[in-house]
Design a protein around this ligand. Structure first.
Ligand SMILES: Cc1cc2nc3c(=O)[nH]c(=O)nc-3n(C[C@H](O)[C@H](O)[C@H](O)COP(=O)(O)OP(=O)(O)OC[C@H]3O[C@@H](n4cnc5c(N)ncnc54)[C@H](O)[C@@H]3O)c2cc1C
Length: 480
């Protein structure tokens, strides 16, 4: 079977009955709920994007594991160095048009590598089960899965086993044929639109945390799984001018609860092997952050396009010195992030499982750098587009014939554009820089893929500082 089209994906949701809540109420139909529709559209259009002629060659790959043609960014286990370069290019391109690619391939790949380590250390055979799960995904249309890694963590200064009120996902029972788990995972991107959840540990664990070392996959409508979703950041009402990006795309995140959920043996990929939990974080810090560098570069491209268009509809443009300088700076930030995604790929190392892991020093340095530019870019967008992005009339005002003539006359800009075209350009800037989407974008840039401090932790751990001190001593003729 080839993978879903967008329409087949939408229809497939009717066959599931997940327990999802939004604004305190249980969702009856995920596919049509007004507070979730952008997410469903985001996922559906991701499938359709793979079929576009220009994209197909790069976005679809034949999986050596299943022999199926699959969407590369969502389902591929990255076992060729070339995969890293193609992924970076696609990620930048897609993120510059719709913020998020989903990145499921990274999650499946780092889990593949961690499971390989567990089997090598403990003589287990989780790899066969995991491979079976991947092949099943590939052969049943590539239904979307949600990545449940981040635990609530409670008091951050304590490991899970020492929490007074532990909330992280934990094994609470062992039964014939499986285990019972309880706890929660946070921030589950695209969760309400998924068919499955894939659960992995989120940090280094000790022997006392053994029961928190658990990984498994389950259908999203398994008894005991509940999702409390944040509404899509875009508008819930129908719009035709405002929020041109967030009314169509963007994910929701969910708080995913596991209320004494039974996990059958064949779905378990880790069960108490606490020593390998840290490996997953480490691989994630390399492979996913490489994507994140390219993704943030795509966001720079999006901001650049919106800023340059805003300058143009205002009757100015790249020939105005301060606008040119600001936009050039934004372009250079994007190129720096993308350069790190590519450079880290050139220096990648192959894990014994076959997965290629980009250079963690380069990706973490690149990501720390590029994510810190978003505040400046939002500032530039406001500066270049002007105060209207914060104060402009709504599209309903524009739609009122009695008001339209005043708005038309008052808000005209460059003669090259109609007032409506100027409004449309400024609504895009508003969507990016002065809306609920702005807050989501900030969170997405700063925290998704791990906080900026974790970039520094990786760099400090891996950088050969002693060597540099030795060189410094040699140059300074210090002989000890
Ligand atoms: C939009 C978005 C989408 C996301 N999607 C997903 C997803 O699909 N799946 C998923 O699993 N996760 C997802 N995440 C989670 C993301 O990985 C986390 O938000 C991120 O790792 C930070 O963790 P936290 O939110 O618990 O913050 P915290 O870890 O609490 O961080 C807050 C601050 O405390 C610091 N800190 C925390 N612990 C310590 C410590 N022990 N010592 C010193 N400093 C510490 C951090 O560095 C940071 O500065 C998403 C997040 C966002 C914002």
């Amino acid at each position: 079977m080839t993978f879903f089209t967008g329409e087949q994906y939408r229809k497939s949701l009717k066959e599931l009955s997940p327990e999802i809540y939004v604004r305190g109420e249980q969702v009856k139909d995920v596919a049509t709920h007004p507070l979730l529709r952008q997410t469903i559209n985001h996922i559906a259009s991701g499938y359709d994007l793979c079929l576009e002629t220009e994209m197909k060659n790069r976005a679809v790959v034949c999986s050596p594991i299943s022999g199926e043609d699959i969407p590369r960014l969502a389902f591929h286990i990255q076992q060729e160095k070339e995969d890293l370069f193609i992924k970076a290019e696609l990620t930048r391109e897609i993120s510059s048009q719709r913020i998020c690619t989903g990145c499921g391939s990274n999650m499946l790949s780092v889990t593949w590598a961690m499971i390989h380590d567990i089997d090598a250390a403990h003589g287990t055979d989780y790899s066969s089960r995991y491979k079976h799960f991947i092949i099943k995904l590939h052969k049943t249309g590539c239904p979307p899965f949600a990545w449940c890694m981040m635990d609530p963590k409670g008091d951050r200064s304590l490991p899970p086993s020492q929490q007074r009120h532990p909330a992280d996902v934990k094994i609470v029972g062992r039964k014939p044929g499986g285990i019972v788990v309880n706890g929660a995972k946070l921030h589950t991107t695209l969760g309400p639109g998924a068919h499955h959840v894939v659960v992995v540990p989120c940090r280094a664990l000790t022997e006392a945390d053994r029961d928190f070392a658990v990984s498994f996959a389950l259908p999203v409508d398994t008894k005991g799984i509940k999702m409390i979703a944040r509404p899509s950041p875009g508008p819930s009402r129908e719009v035709s001018m405002e929020s041109p990006l967030s009314s169509r795309f963007l994910g929701v995140e969910a708080l995913t609860i596991f209320d004494d959920v039974f996990v059958p043996e064949e779905n378990i990929f880790m069960c108490g092997e606490w020593e390998q939990a840290v490996n997953l974080s480490f691989y994630f810090a390399s492979l996913h952050r490489q994507s994140k560098c390219a993704c943030s570069a795509g966001h720079c491209d999006l901001f650049v396009g919106a800023a340059a268009l805003a300058a143009d509809v205002n009757g100015l443009g790249m020939n105005i010195a301060h606008i040119r300088d600001k936009i050039t700076e934004m372009i250079m930030d994007g190129e720096t992030g993308y350069g790190c995604a590519l450079g880290a790929s050139a220096n990648a190392q192959q894990h014994p499982s076959g997965v290629w892991l980009p250079d963690p020093l380069i990706v973490n340095s690149g990501l720390k750098t590029i994510r810190s530019t978003i505040g400046k870019h939002l500032e530039h967008l406001h500066d270049i587009a002007g105060g209207l992005v914060a104060t402009m009339p709504t599209e309903e005002d524009w739609g009122n014939p009695g008001l339209k003539k005043y708005i038309d006359r008052s808000l005209r800009g460059s003669e090259k554009y109609t007032t409506e075209e100027r409004l449309r350009a400024l609504y895009l800037v508003q969507d990016l820089a002065a809306s609920r989407t702005t807050g989501t974008l900030l969170g997405f840039t700063i925290n998704a893929a791990g906080s900026p401090a974790t970039n520094q932790v990786v760099v400090r751990r891996l950088y050969d500082l002693e060597k540099r001190i030795t060189y410094a001593k040699q140059i300074a003729s210090i002989l000890k």
